[in-house]
Design a protein around this ligand. Structure first.
Ligand SMILES: Cc1cc2nc3c(=O)[nH]c(=O)nc-3n(C[C@H](O)[C@H](O)[C@H](O)COP(=O)(O)OP(=O)(O)OC[C@H]3O[C@@H](n4cnc5c(N)ncnc54)[C@H](O)[C@@H]3O)c2cc1C
Length: 403
């Protein structure tokens, strides 16, 4: 049996936490991942499904794609492609200039363009998406037979037990039943864990004094709203499947979500997704605050329904020059608020780690605020903790090759 206190606790089951968990499993270590998401793991790489008049509408309302320009990410992506978690998105992808009404397709063979703009779509590297939905990637990673999981479980605190163990306190499942776990090390895989006024904030006990936590607290998030719109197929006749948008104050990205691999629809509908600029998201947040008196304010469905037509208006203005048709009436539309969708400042380290205390942190706040950055940071945290814990923490059962 794997002794429970020899396991590493990963708090956060997004791409960073799950990449860290896989890195640790590959080193023969035992891992338990905790995530408070009600729909399972995934974090910002998730998918929204809506039952609309008998049709299941599906939108990648968070992460749109993974750009694989780093060799370590390319290697992992190849493995995920073999397992059927991802596929290359070979669509009409590029840059839409809303000001001039022009679209420039990305070139995979041209010189390295700057990876600025929407998640580096105009930069080097192939573009991949989860199939048949973005959340399939994290669900695939989470299905590893040796990975123990606590989905729908919010971690509320961590405390040190003696010199070489941690207790993780959490609320398990829908009933939020208080429970604890004992582990040899902890990975914080989200800045929410240290952010007052966020739903994921932990009581950190003596870990609060660790340089890992101190540095993590310097990271700030930047907001974004996503718009999910369902239109009759052909209602927008633009030769675009996904585009970073320039020259528009409201929108920075638009995608015909149904054009991604594995999402073909036979009901005459197309699902579209757009992302606001940070400036416009800030404007919306000034109208409906993210926190009040230091406490998190949940987004209301009514508020999001009111916001959606405003974003749709701007999206239509950006698409109209390519369309040549009358402005269509959406079959369905809704918005989603991401209070900390991207990171406003990045740490130069690949991950943070306090080897003596047995605590590390990873996420898209290290090096690159993107899905690729999250994967790289998770892998770095696994390496750092493996080195810190040494062979004594390698559980004999797993190291005998059961992976
Ligand atoms: C709208 C939007 C569009 C984006 N589009 C792209 C894109 O096209 N390409 C790209 O490369 N990047 C994109 N990104 C960024 C990308 O989604 C993120 O960089 C990446 O998903 C971050 O992964 P992560 O694991 O670091 O964090 P997350 O995915 O946020 O995972 C953190 C997890 O920790 C969990 N958690 C936090 N606190 C606790 C707690 N106390 N207890 C239990 N669980 C906890 C959360 O529930 C969450 O699941 C986009 C982001 C947004 C918001």
């Amino acid at each position: 049996m794997v002794a429970q206190d020899r396991t590493v606790a990963v708090i956060g089951g997004g791409l960073a936490g799950l990449s860290a968990a896989h890195g640790l499993l590959q080193q023969g270590m035992a891992v338990e991942v905790y995530d408070m998401g009600k729909r399972g793991p995934g974090g910002r790489s998730s998918t929204r499904r809506v039952d609309h008049e008998g049709s299941c509408l599906q939108f990648d309302h968070g992460c749109q794609f993974i750009r694989a320009s780093d060799p370590a990410v390319q290697e992992n992506i190849q493995e995920w492609e073999r397992k059927g978690y991802v596929q290359q998105w070979d669509g009409r992808l590029g840059l839409l200039d809303a000001h001039t009404g022009t679209f420039t397709e990305r070139s995979t063979s041209g010189p390295d363009a700057s990876p600025s703009g929407f998640c580096g779509i105009m930069g080097p590297g192939d573009i991949y998406v989860g199939v048949p939905s973005m959340d399939a990637l994290c669900k695939g990673l989470a299905s590893h037979p040796n990975l123990q999981s606590h989905w729908g479980s919010r971690v509320t605190g961590i405390s040190r037990l003696g010199d070489d163990a941690w207790e993780v306190q959490y609320e398990a499942g829908r009933e939020a039943t208080p429970a604890t776990g004992r582990h040899s090390a902890v990975i914080l895989a989200d800045i929410m864990t240290v952010r007052q006024g966020s739903p994921g904030v932990l009581d950190l006990g003596e870990a609060g004094a660790s340089p890992v936590v101190q540095q993590l607290r310097t990271v700030t998030g930047s907001p974004v709203f996503s718009l999910m719109v369902c239109l009759e197929k052909g209602a927008v006749d633009a030769p675009i499947d996904g585009a970073s948008v320039a020259g528009c104050d409201v929108i920075q990205w638009v995608a015909r979500d149904s054009s991604k691999p594995g999402r073909e629809r036979s009901d005459g509908l197309d699902c579209w997704v757009a992302m606001t600029t940070e400036a416009y998201a800030q404007q919306l947040l000034a109208e409906a605050l993210l926190t009040r008196d230091g406490a998190y304010v949940a987004q209301s469905q009514q508020y999001l329904s009111d916001v959606a037509p405003r974003i749709w208006e701007a999206l239509w203005r950006a698409l109209q020059p390519f369309s040549g048709v009358e402005r269509p009436t959406p079959v369905y539309m809704h918005a989603q608020r991401w209070g900390s969708g991207f990171k406003a400042n990045l740490l130069p380290e690949a991950c943070l780690s306090d080897r003596q205390l047995g605590i590390a942190a990873c996420g898209d706040f290290c090096v690159e605020s993107s899905a690729q950055g999250a994967v790289l940071s998770g892998l770095a945290a696994a390496r750092a903790l493996h080195e810190a814990l040494g062979d004594s923490s390698v559980t004999t059962e797993l190291s005998r090759g059961l992976l």
